[in-house]
Write a protein that binds this ligand. Sequence first.
Ligand code: APR
Length: 250
Amino acid sequence: MNISESLVARLSQARSVCVLTGAGISAESGVPTFRGEDGLWKKFRPEELASFDAFIRNPDLVWEWYAYRRKLIHDVKPNPGHYALAELEQRVQDFTLVTQNVDNLHRRAGSKRVFELHGNIERSYCIECGTFVPELRLDELKAAPRCEKCGGLIRPDVVWFGELLPAEAFAEAESAASRCDVFLSVGTSAVVYPAASIPYLALEHGAYVVVVNPERTDLSFHAQETILGKAGEILPMLVQALPRKPEGGS
Ligand code: APR
């Protein structure tokens, strides 16, 4: 797999780059995707686990599932794809990383400017008084945790189906997509809206849009390029292919 000269040229001249990631970038770390072969939604029913109604109906079941996912995520490490994006951030003047992932692996890889459109599984808060709960010991979890302040139900700080995305993160994503020279869509099936609308904003503003995925996605019909491969292999090659800027030069 080669990285095209046009992508290397555009990326090395880019003043502004925006990247949107999905579950695929964490697949090589051992985090299951949602709609892939062994995807979560093949084994679990989202309507029973990933909506506010499902949570109110059976908070213990929902927490059992989030405890399982949090343990899985704690036991894995970022992969070369995550690290390559953290390095790219250092090499581009205006870099924005927008993720649909709740797994915190971008930050663990050292990425700084990360906007989480679907929340973060490491955080939790009370649905009554809104208090954020610092550290939740889930390994001894017998039932859905309760707020020490008001006794209300604690929920994971993730965006469930039918819920609004965090306004600030979405606004940052829209503005970054509207000003970027190059837009990378990495490891996402690009079917879940409104996150999937972000790459089209970049297209509308004339950015060079590239899909990185082992499979073509809906976005591939509109993007300038689709690089068929794994993020953990393609992204390090992409960063490697970029000419090093002279020390002190931005
Ligand atoms: N590298 C790059 N892409 C990969 C890799 C890999 N190693 N392995 C799989 N993929 C691709 C798959 O081909 C697929 O297109 O990653 C994509 C994962 O798609 P989904 O499972 O649909 O995940 P995502 O796009 O992140 O889902 C969006 O849906 O369920 C909700 O809130 C959840 O954030 C999630 C949202």
